[in-house]
Design a protein. Structure first.
Length: 278
């Protein structure tokens, strides 16, 4: 086995060459897993084995085209990541639980695949996705229950799905960030939804698609929670839907609002299977 040096060429985000996949006990799958990415932080990669003996790997597969609902770290369990910084490009499909460890002495015998290298922004997406599994937003159980029982959660997912390539994040501002115990349908939560859209490729198309999503969701909430005859809201009052570009949202807003994901929206222990946004 080779000697691991602090000047190692390996960095977070590097892909293993095909012949190095033998270092991982990858389970059989159909289609098979054929790609592995280093996810250990650069500082830990550079440490000698005495301090950090292993390099953590996440494995997945190459795909022809990414699904917009899995890009930009929207789904805490799955990531479709385009990699475009090298001589070649690739789209890879990663699942959070598909992880393994390789002793540094074994990986020292191999060089990273330099033909497919993530850009700085692509690596940032990978980092955010890895971190999101441990820092997702949580909402009150009662709020989550109301979303589910009114049918809002399922319909929200369906409305947002076609615009996955344009909308990079969905933020919920529930009760202006204050925690309240709500009792009964008339004791409503107030909700403002912010849709963050991408300006990377076609800002006008993204804004148009996001505005339509906002309009459709306003109609959805009106149909589910607004009683026209009484002119009152029940369960959840949608105060506003706001479209905002990824260049316009401030850092303060990003800290104040909570990213919404249908998968882990509440404090309940049991996980939900459907994940929309994180």
């Amino acid at each position: 086995m080779g000697e691991w040096r602090r000047q190692t060429p390996w960095r977070q985000g590097h892909l293993l060459p095909a012949d190095a996949l033998q270092l991982i006990d990858i389970p059989k799958a159909d289609p098979p897993y054929d790609v592995a990415v280093v996810i250990t932080h650069d500082c830990d990669v550079a440490q000698l084995p005495a301090a950090e003996p292993m390099v953590e790997i996440i494995f997945g597969r190459r795909i022809d085209k990414p699904d917009g609902n899995y890009t930009h770290a929207k789904n805490a369990r799955r990531l479709h990541l385009p990699i475009t910084g090298g001589r070649d490009s690739a789209n890879i499909d990663l699942i959070a639980n598909n992880r393994a460890y390789i002793p540094k002495e074994k990986l020292a015998d191999y060089e990273p695949d330099t033909s497919v290298v993530p850009t700085a922004s692509e690596r940032s997406i990978l980092q955010y996705w890895l971190a999101a599994r441990y820092r997702r937003s949580a909402f009150p159980d009662e709020f989550d229950r109301r979303l589910g029982e009114t049918g809002l959660k399922e319909r929200l997912t369906k409305i947002l799905k076609p615009s996955g390539e344009h909308i990079t994040a969905v933020f919920f501002d529930v009760d202006a960030g204050e925690e309240h115990i709500r009792n009964g349908a008339e004791d409503t939560y107030s909700l403002i939804i912010y849709f963050l859209y991408s300006t990377e490729h076609d800002p006008e198309a993204a804004e148009k698609a996001t505005d339509k999503v906002a309009s459709d969701i306003e109609k959805l909430f009106k149909g589910k929670c607004y009683k026209k005859q009484e002119d009152t809201w029940q369960e959840i009052e949608l105060v506003e839907c706001v479209s905002i570009s990824d260049q316009a949202m401030t850092y303060a807003q990003s800290l104040l609002f909570k990213r919404w994901s249908a998968d882990h929206i509440s404090f309940r222990a049991e996980p939900h299977e459907v994940m929309l946004r994180e």
